[in-house]
Design a protein around this ligand. Structure first.
Ligand code: HEC
Length: 130
């Protein structure tokens, strides 16, 4: 009985959708929000928090192979099926809206209704409609 329940639990943990990531999530890291620096500027320097590949000079986005590497690196920052336990979502979120402690890159998600935040929720929840 316990084993059965465990199997059910594990089976419910969604597998993150790469195509949705590539089309909807990755552009967030490249886009500029008024008053903020773009994620890619601070998160592609290869350091401790460098979860994005460095863009090739002049490139406006990542190659398919780089996107795959970004996708893999970001796994460390998300809990499939549990957006509110995912650092990728909670760290840039305004603390008054539930975000966690200080983020050097600012509170780029002003609330849980922020379109970027909602895109990330859909992705991490596995509710990508694909
Ligand atoms: C001005 C530079 C800067 C920008 C822009 C920036 N960040 Fe950060 N971010 C940091 C630094 C520095 C840290 C590590 C120190 C800290 O937690 O503030 C960090 C930490 C994080 C972490 C935690 C990483 C870990 O390994 O635990 C996440 C997730 C994150 N940022 C996401 C984002 C997202 C998403 C964006 C764009 C919406 C963004 N950041 C924009 C500088 C930035």
């Amino acid at each position: 009985m316990i084993l059965w329940a465990l199997t059910l639990l594990l089976a419910q943990s969604p597998v993150l959708d790469f195509d949705y990531y590539k089309t909807n999530v990755e552009p967030i890291f490249l886009e500029r929000k008024a008053g903020f620096t773009r994620c890619v500027v601070c998160h592609s320097d290869g350091g401790r928090v460098g979860f994005l590949a460095e863009l090739e000079s002049g490139a406006e986005g990542w190659t398919a192979e780089q996107s795959r590497r970004n996708f893999d690196a970001i796994q460390r920052l998300v809990v499939p099926g549990d957006p509110l336990a995912s650092r990728l979502l909670m760290h840039p979120l305004e603390p008054e809206a539930g975000g966690d402690e200080f983020h050097n890159g600012g509170r780029q998600f002003s609330s849980q209704d922020d379109p970027w935040f909602k895109t990330l929720v859909a992705w991490v929840s596995g509710e990508t409609g694909e």
